[in-house]
Ligand binder design. Sequence first.
Ligand SMILES: NC(=O)c1ccc[n+]([C@@H]2O[C@H](COP(=O)([O-])OP(=O)(O)OC[C@H]3O[C@@H](n4cnc5c(N)ncnc54)[C@H](O)[C@@H]3O)[C@@H](O)[C@H]2O)c1
Length: 286
Amino acid sequence: MAVTCPVGVVGAGTMGAGIALVCARQGHRVYLHDIKQDVLDKAQSYIASILTKDVAKGNISEQQKQETYELVEPVQDITMLGACSIVIEAVPEKLELKRTIFARLTDLCRSDVLLLSNTSSLSITEIAGGLPHPERIIGFHFFNPAPVMPLVEVIRGHRSGGEATAAAYRFAKELGKVPVLAADSPGFIVNRVARPYYNEALRILGDRTADVEQIDRIMKQAGGFKMGPFELQDLIGIDINYATTESVYTHFFHENRFKPSRIQQRMVQAGSLGRKTGEGFYPYDN
Ligand SMILES: NC(=O)c1ccc[n+]([C@@H]2O[C@H](COP(=O)([O-])OP(=O)(O)OC[C@H]3O[C@@H](n4cnc5c(N)ncnc54)[C@H](O)[C@@H]3O)[C@@H](O)[C@H]2O)c1
C-alpha cells in the first residue's frame, strides 16, 4: 500500500475516528489526536471493528486490514501534527475551542498546510478571523458516519483562498467522497435544510401530538426516511445537534423558525447525549 502525505485529525470522537479511517483507507498515514486517551482507545476499537466487517464482506484481505489499521497512529501530543500536509479539525462545535485549535495549528504547521474544519454550522470566516494565513483555512464537512456517507461540503470562508479551496475539493474526491462547494452561510446547505426535521419533530413531541417512537416510525415507514428524527439525534449526539441549531439560530439573528428546543437543552444539561453516553431518546448498551 502506498503511504501518501500524512494527514492530521484533531478530535477522535464520533467524527474524528471515522474521518481517520476514511483517510487511512486511501493509504494516508494519519496522526489522530485527542486530549483523552480513552477516546483514542475507543477510536482504535471502532476502526478495527469496521475493518473486520470489511474483511468479513470480502472487500479487503486480512493483510490490508492490518496495514490500514496501522496507518492510524493515535497521539495525545498535538505537536506530532507538525509533520502533516493536511489537518482536519473535528473537536466539539464551540467557536472559541476551534479558534484555539486553529491558532495552535498555524503555529505548528508549515504555512502551505491545508487546515480544514469539520464544523457543522460555525462560520469559517469567524474561525479563521485574525489568524495568520487564513487563505488555507477551509470548511470540510463530512456526514455521519463518515466512512459511509459520500457527501463532503467544502466551504470557502471570506478569506479562504481559491487555490486552497480547489485543493480541498480535490482532496475530498481523492478520499472517494462527493464534494459540493457551499458558501459560508449558517448551516451551509444540508444542516440548514435539516433543521426543521429535528425542530418540528421536537415541537410535535413537546405538544404531545405523538411520542418519540411514533414520530420516528411514521417518518421511516410513510415518509421514506432511513432514520427518524430522534434516532438521528441519538446517532449525531444531542449536544452536537443542539449546538448546531443554536449556532444557526444565532447567525440568522434569532429567526423563530430555527429556535432551539427546550427538550434538547434539558437533555444536554442532563448529559443524555444519545448513543455515545448510552442514553438519549432511546437506551443503548455501550
Ligand atoms: N456528530 C455528527 O453527526 C457530526 C456530523 C458532521 C459534523 N460534525 C461536527 O464535527 C465536530 C466534532 O463532532 P463529534 O460528533 O465528533 O464530537 P465528539 O464530542 O464525539 O468528539 C469531539 C472530540 O474532540 C475532543 N476534544 C475536545 N477538546 C479537544 C482539544 N482541545 N484537543 C483535541 N481534542 C479535543 C474530545 O475529547 C472528543 O473526543 C463538530 O464540529 C460537529 O459539529 C458532527
